[in-house]
Design a protein around this ligand. Structure first.
Ligand code: KIV
Ligand code: ZN
Length: 511
């Protein structure tokens, strides 16, 4: 019988630390429900002390999720831990995840604490948490660059105090597989009470080694991997969940453990996270990229047709490809619409929201024959925006674009309830639309990213546009979806402006 390998998903916490990837509470709950379907063991729902918004999101996830442990991140202060405890109180199974930096550079330059002060703070934190909860994870931030002797001292002390999971983050993505695995071996061998805990790894991808390092650590005895959908996360991201899971599953001949993940839910999770955050998945991304299972070279195609395993080590359907079900169409009724939303884990708050979503669904079904799950997710993301969050709203558009002529946009917007009209020329219709909007909004925001993806296949697919804007040190992503990509672009720009307009605070736990 193989050991279980626990999958700790931190898309909602570390993933959200990607610039511009912030998610609303409703979006987080939706992702958490998909993670539950995927059967991850632990969902790290956020960092409750960072902001009221984070607190409320963690609480909402703790209320919604039944089959996974819900973890909350906190620093080592009693105040942080208490806030995290309160947020996960509704969870059937909750975990406190407390962390403190252990590398010399972090202790000296960031924390300005001596090594013995760091040990005391860590021990006190675990002791405090232990009085309230049994499941406690302690992370040695920047463990990948920490002195091994110091790691042994602090880890032995926190295990004595009651920590049940010890996490060894490669916070800055500095390690290489052999060296990182050796670190895990050393810690497990040298710490006398090391057999009392689950060893966990958390690798960042600065050198593109997060998955390789995590897997090397699993070979060395780690039995929990912290990872994110699509490898989302701070800077270059975290280890990608889908790659970890499928590597372990595909190479059962060498791994001494396996996960309980339902791999057929991987693609839906990837699409959901990409749609909500606006971070597109590169076509050649392993497992979930559009080309991951397509064979271009004639020799390869010939081989696959004769015997699939000549060039395929995994089956596309095992990770959810080809499961793109046609769900609804023009003739579908309200009951079918509501039932499908429920199956997708989308809670509709009121009859009013349902009515308005259904009206938009009908509008879309008139333009686009086949409505897929991805279309419903995009539609409901739009619907989740409340009138208070919609300072700017698109009323109508008219564009002129013709060979040899300057593209021109006429836009009508509602700004705080008042109607404004604007027009502008641009180098293309999208540029003209953005200029027209800016002539009214006058935000002065910098456009950092503009990307268009088709939500499903076919020329009638909705285009999903992401616009990333930066203003006064804040970075936000706006999304818009429509069968007309210029309209989708205008909606995405306005969605980003609305986010900048809202005063939602956001702190990074690693600041
Ligand atoms: O990268 C890191 O060190 C972290 C910790 C808070 C676990 O995200
Ligand atoms: Zn991290």
């Amino acid at each position: 019988m193989k050991d279980p390998l626990l999958i700790f998903d931190t898309t909602l916490r570390d993933g959200e630390q990607s610039p511009g990837a912030s998610m609303t509470r409703e979006e987080k709950v939706r992702i958490a429900r998909q993670l539950e379907k995927l059967r991850v063991d632990v969902i790290e729902a956020g960092f409750p002390a960072a902001s009221n918004g984070d607190f409320e999101s963690v609480k909402a996830v703790a209320e919604a999720i039944k089959d996974c442990t819900v973890a909350a991140l906190c620093r080592t202060s009693d105040k942080d831990i208490s806030r995290a405890l309160e947020a996960i109180k509704p969870a059937r199974s909750g975990r406190i995840h407390t962390f403190l930096a252990t590398s010399s550079i972090h202790m000296e330059k960031k924390l300005r604490m001596t090594p013995s002060e760091v040990i005391t703070a860590a021990v006190n934190a675990v002791r405090f948490a232990r009085n309230h909860i049994a499941d406690i994870e302690f992370s040695c931030e920047d463990a990948g660059r920490s002195e091994i002797d110091f790691l042994c001292r602090i880890i032995e002390a926190v295990i004595k105090e009651g920590a049940t999971v010890i996490n060894i983050p490669d916070t800055v993505g500095y390690n290489v597989p052999e060296q990182y695995a050796e670190r895990i071996v050393q810690l497990r061998e040298r710490i006398p009470n090391s057999d009392k805990v689950i060893w966990s790894v958390h690798c960042h991808n600065d050198l593109g080694l997060a998955v390789a390092n995590s897997l090397a650590a699993v070979m060395a005895g780690a039995r929990q991997v912290e990872c994110t959908i699509n490898g989302l996360g701070e800077r270059a991201g975290n280890a990608s969940l889908e790659e970890i899971v499928m590597a372990v599953r595909t190479r059962q001949d060498i791994f001494p453990c396996d996960t309980r993940i339902d791999s057929t839910q991987i693609l839906s999770a990837s699409k959901l996270v990409s749609g909500i955050t606006g971070f597109p998945v590169q076509p050649n991304k392993a497992i979930v990229g559009a080309n991951a299972f397509s064979h271009e070279a004639g020799i390869h195609q010939d081989g696959v047709l004769k015997h699939r395993e000549t060039y395929e080590i995994m089956r596309a359907e095992d990770v959810g490809w080809n499961a793109n079900k046609l769900v609804l169409g023009k003739h579908s009724g309200r009951t079918a619409f509501r039932a499908r939303l429920k199956e997708l884990g989308i809670e509709v708050e009121s009859e009013q929201v349902l009515n308005s979503a259904f009206a938009r669904f009908k509008e879309l079904a008139d333009k686009k024959h086949d409505i897929f799950d991805e279309d419903l997710h995009a539609l409901m993301s739009d619907e989740a925006v409340t009138p208070e969050q919609e300072h700017y709203r698109l009323i109508s558009t008219r564009f002129h674009s013709e060979t040899g002529e300057t593209p021109h946009a006429n836009i009508t917007l509602a700004v705080g309830g008042n109607e404004h009209r604007a027009e502008a020329d641009g180098s293309g219709p999208v540029d003209a639309a953005f200029k027209a909007i800016e002539s009214v909004a006058k935000s002065g925001a910098d456009l950092l990213l503009f990307s268009v993806n088709s939500i499903t296949t076919g020329t009638d697919a909705q285009g999903e546009v992401t616009v990333r804007l930066a203003m006064d040190g804040r970075i936000v992503n706006g999304q818009g979806a429509d069968t007309d990509i210029i309209v989708a672009s205008a909606k995405a720009y306005l969605n980003a402006l609305n986010k900048l307009y809202s005063t939602r605070e956001r702190l990074s736990p690693q600041v």
